[in-house]
Design a protein around this ligand. Structure first.
Ligand code: CO
Length: 202
């Protein structure tokens, strides 16, 4: 609470209209879909203030087509807020990915991570020759590309593109060790690009 008071005072000092402006409306350009990991806070990593990024986070940054929570965020972001970019951001050293690779028993979350297990089996041939660390890092990347494809295949994004709405998807990965984001060549702005990434990905 004390930190919040100090922050709010600092923001108001820098820009007296800041909170009044934000209170009247939000019009973020970006939807961020990232991991719940405490070391990967969306706004801080990209250096953007409140009001710029609409955020959905869950364990291992998954976009599951039956997840009403994620789909609701996606639909609201695209159709009501009109975001122009959807960024799926994974991170190296993701505990969810590691647990799936090692088949750890952690409890209820194991059911959620079965989605990662499926992706892992789909890419077994690519992962098998790698060392444990390399395989885990590669699966973090593969998972991001898979989730970008999952976003692109939703009715929400397909309908937006059919309407001619400007909407681009991106896959990024964050490195906790140096604080840097890297693109995963998973940038898609129309259905044909989605098909191309699908073929390259398999
Ligand atoms: Co994670």
């Amino acid at each position: 609470m004390a930190a919040n008071r100090a922050w709010a005072a600092r923001m108001s000092d820098e820009d007296p209209d800041y909170f009044a402006r934000l209170a009247s409306q939000q019009s973020p350009t970006y939807l961020w879909i990232g991991c719940s990991d405490s070391r990967v806070p969306a706004n801080q990593i990209v250096g953007l203030p409140p009001g710029e990024v609409f955020v959905h986070r869950n364990i291992a940054n998954l976009v599951v087509p039956s997840d009403l929570n994620c789909l609701s965020v996606l639909q609201f972001a695209v159709e009501v807020l009109g975001v122009k970019h959807i960024i799926v951001t994974g991170h190296y050293g993701c505990g969810g990915i590691g647990a799936a690779i090692h088949n750890d028993r952690l409890g209820l979350v194991d059911n959620w991570l079965r989605h990662v297990g499926t992706i892992m089996r789909d890419h077994q041939a690519e992962l098998e020759p790698l060392s444990d660390d390399e395989a885990q890092a590669r699966l973090c990347e593969i998972n991001v590309r898979t989730q970008v494809l999952n976003v692109g295949r939703t009715t929400i994004v397909q309908d937006a593109w059919s309407r001619g709405q400007e909407l681009a998807l991106h896959g990024w990965i964050y490195d906790i060790r140096d604080g840097l984001l890297r693109g995963l060549e998973a940038d898609i702005a129309e259905p044909d690009a989605l098909e191309m990434l699908t073929h390259r990905h398999h």
